[in-house]
Ligand binder design. Sequence first.
Ligand code: NAD
Length: 385
Amino acid sequence: MTTIGILGAGSMGSGIAQVAATAGHEVRLFDTNPVALQKASEKLQKILNRLVEKGRLDDATAKAIFGRIYFSDSLKAYAECGMVIEAIIEHLDIKKSVFSELESIVSQDCILATNTSSLSVASIASACKDPSRVIGIHFFNPAPLMKLVEIIPAIQTSTETTEKSRKLIDTWGKLTILAKDTPGFIVNRVARPFYGEALRIYEEGFADVATIDWSMTELGGFRMGPFTLMDYIGNDVNYTITETVFKAFYYDPRYKPAFTQKRLSEAGYHGRKAGKGYYDYSENAEKPQPNRDKELGENIVWRILVMLINEAADALYLNIASRDDIDLAMTKGVNYPKGLLQWADEKGIQHCVDTMDRLHSEYLEDRYRCSPLLRRMARDGKTFY
Ligand SMILES: NC(=O)c1ccc[n+]([C@@H]2O[C@H](COP(=O)([O-])OP(=O)(O)OC[C@H]3O[C@@H](n4cnc5c(N)ncnc54)[C@H](O)[C@@H]3O)[C@@H](O)[C@H]2O)c1
């Protein structure tokens, strides 16, 4: 069993460490911030204790998993690792300098993976003398629970690195899909409207955050509302992904970030982890009540859903991934109740086109342009399945 190094002991790093240790690997978990390491250790212990209480693990196994994770404040601990997965701050220059430093410590055949959500893997790999060993391995939050992992070879990545990485992650009980090294890969590209259109509806004053979240969960069948999810992911992280994807798409208005989230991020209202985001997470805070107007709720769901469908159709149109992988990515990566292309068939392709055209003619914004694929399919009477 190869030793796995994890760089960054935040939400993702500690989750991936748990997954690797549960699969039987020795894990080296490193963070520049000793407080983060301490917190990760306490959190992991708590999670493992809870699994024992629930009867999902026996005490000895939980102790063995925890015992396999070595918390380290030095990168030198990575010398014996067969793979290092980086999960530090989403900042290209910092990631590049860390990868370059890592390469001088690890062995020659060690795979260097990044868990980046939105940065170019090719660009991170370019910081290494041997970029063929660098790959994107993108877990979803929370890593121990989410089954999907996107494997993203950069143009420099060797076939051997891709095959070895995929094989290894498959043994961890994950479902791996190959994604192109394009902004947001599959899930973070297709899912942008889930946040962006919800924020737009809120900014236009159609509904408050509690009502939008209620509509998407109660009427739409999504496991979490967009604002609850943004608070869970972290508004700093989520905003940065949106902004990165927006810039990476040459400022396509489809991916335009919202001032509401930018201000929250600037103010430090990062969500659950900060105790405050769209919602207040302090102990005695009152939960805001939604407006349970069914017609309003259904309009909200359809406006967000049609934007998601349009994005999924466009990803297929541009060959980012196959029809099946796009639907699988959204159901297994972010727990959508249905694949978006399957949903499009159920709603009717013509209905999707008509709604997109109505939004476009109302706002006159390129943001609402209908995917050429949907338009062609409606014209030819075709469905995705
Ligand atoms: N949060 C999510 O939902 C999610 C999902 C998938 C991927 N990601 C990606 O995973 C990465 C980490 O995200 P997160 O949510 O865990 O962030 P986080 O803020 O919870 O944790 C980041 C950790 O990295 C540490 N760190 C910063 N610079 C470092 C350095 N130079 N060396 C070592 N440690 C350093 C920080 O101290 C912090 O503990 C990002 O690239 C993010 O885009 C996040």
